[in-house]
Design a protein around this ligand. Sequence first.
Ligand code: HEM
Length: 419
Amino acid sequence: MNDISPVKSTSGCPFHGAGAGFTPYYHEDMFEALAEARRNEPVFYDQDTGYWIISRYDDVLSIMHDHERISAVNTSESATPLHQDALDILKNGKFTAEAIQSNCDGPRHARVRNVSAQLLNIRTFAQLESDIRRLVTEALDALHGKERADLLAHFTYELPAQVLFLILGIPKADTHNVKKWAGKRTIMNFSPSTYEQQVDGARHMVDYWRYCVDMVADRMKNPKDDFASNLLKLRNGDDSVITLNELTSVVYGVVFAGHETTTSQLTNAFRALLTERENWEALCADPSLIPNAVEEAFRYCGAVINWRRRAKTEVEIGGVKIPAGGNIMLSFASANRDEKHFENPEKFDIRRKNARKHLTMGNGLHVCLGAPLARLEMKIMLEEFTRRFPGLRLSEGQKIDHAHTYVFRAPRSLPVELQ
Ligand code: HEM
């Protein structure tokens, strides 16, 4: 099955229950309805998305560890089944990206993950620290002298991609394309899409896939010290380690996963820190608080609010029977505010002792391979930003708008006063 699969489960539930307050595409005031769900109907069927929503921490965690009965194949499935014209564009464009990472189960997932984990790990990320600090410093230099800015457009949008490029060996000049493809992929996989969006998205996925194919082909001829070259080295021509198409699919996956979520996570973190500004002042006065503030931002305003799974067989969760084939949405946004695990969960508390218990990076066999990098770059960005712009505050009268997707909480702008 392709990475972009047209398949949708048809198993669902005929009734529409107390999840009526659930707003999959409206992320500003979503937390009240989630708290209500945790209290009164912790598992419910959402007609709008066709998913069973799981709201309690314990249920979300147990599903992520139940690999016997629960599959991850649908994590990147297109939210709207793809029109034949979009499928034809993918086919004719030789788009052969395979489902081999977050959307893969069993031994195949373990085999491929074992290869990429040798390159994506805390040891290799730690070596990037001074380069990341240099990139951050350059981005802050560009803000020097400005009174105000859109923090997303001028800081958090491109920077995580440039950090990822240190690993991938991608030139800075390609930032625009990589960010554009990520935006199109978000619409294809994680948002309801129109015919026009699908056709446009499919054309871009073909370009994006071709870019990865060309990168791998180039590194076969001219090996460098970068992700694709090192994957090729690990492969050593042996398909039983990883096939060439799987390897290219890994590159295709990381070119998306490695920056898009970090962009939103950083923007959400800045917003939370500045909303109750004493938090920002606390970090400026004592940067040793930053690592825990990063964890609390993952908990309180995670970039991934829902993540998907599918029941392989009928399962009972929270007293509700989900049929075989039923689509499941793990509400990380709700689990991260479950009062059973987090005291006073609606409070953004940068000193919270168990903030790191959040589920925003997943858990179990699929837990995010880039988590240590995301943590490191967020720490460095906050260290440098607090040092250079301690006067930072939110611009007044702003209304935050989020991208139209039920998977990510991705603000479209964050206007700030810099001085
Ligand atoms: C704030 C930043 C990030 C967030 C919130 C995030 C979140 C996630 C989540 C929720 C998953 C699925 C976990 C599951 O199914 O249990 C995941 C998987 C993954 N992430 Fe991240 N991620 C982030 C950054 C990164 C970065 C920087 C990279 C690469 C450098 C990366 C690479 C991956 C990969 C390769 C997987 C697939 C793991 C597997 O299925 O074996 N992520 N991430």
